[in-house]
Design a protein around this ligand. Structure first.
Ligand SMILES: [Zn+2]
Length: 163
């Protein structure tokens, strides 16, 4: 039997994604099998990047293998079947989330991606880094979130009239 190369897996992965002609921020939807939570599933992703869920595979292909597999890959667009790397960000894992994960025996991704689950100390850290003049990508690297998310945290603090 012919052994499929890594490239072939990658190609087969993207064949199942509906990538819009104009990459203008729209979702890239997974068109093949999904799990009960609506996440795309691509079992061969295990051989490719050690992940089965399509959005995690897309994340790993664009940003690198997720070393800590307990970390969640979250959707900024709240569309579980979306694999647009610009909509994906690596979530944080507080003890609380790990605890919920253990109890429910479900992937942590479902519980830990809500915006309000970013711990207040992480938000404070983001704000103080911003106050000290750091730019978005610098802050994002420091706290381990995406630039998108850093902007959202800062935006929210402004909207809420933070002193
Ligand atoms: Zn999306």
């Amino acid at each position: 039997m012919k052994k499929l190369s890594e490239k072939t897996y990658t190609e087969r992965f993207w064949e199942k994604v509906d990538v819009p002609e104009q990459k203008d921020g729209r979702c890239w939807l997974w068109t093949a099998g999904k799990n009960r939570d609506g996440y795309g599933v691509f079992p061969d992703g295990m051989k490719l990047v050690g992940e089965r869920r399509a959005h995690r595979i897309s994340y790993a292909l664009h940003y690198g293998i997720i070393e800590d597999r307990s970390l969640s890959v979250c959707h900024a667009c709240d569309t579980p079947s979306c694999v647009n790397p610009n909509h994906l960000w690596l979530g944080t894992n507080s003890e609380n989330m790990e605890d919920m994960h253990r109890k429910s025996r479900r992937p942590a991704v479902e519980q830990s991606c809500k915006f309000d689950r970013i711990p207040e100390e992480v938000r404070d850290h983001i704000r103080s880094l911003r106050d000290s003049g750091k730019n978005y990508s610098n802050i994002a690297r420091t706290v381990g979130l995406s630039v998108y998310h850093v902007k959202r945290v800062l935006g929210a603090s402004e909207i809420l009239g933070k002193n």
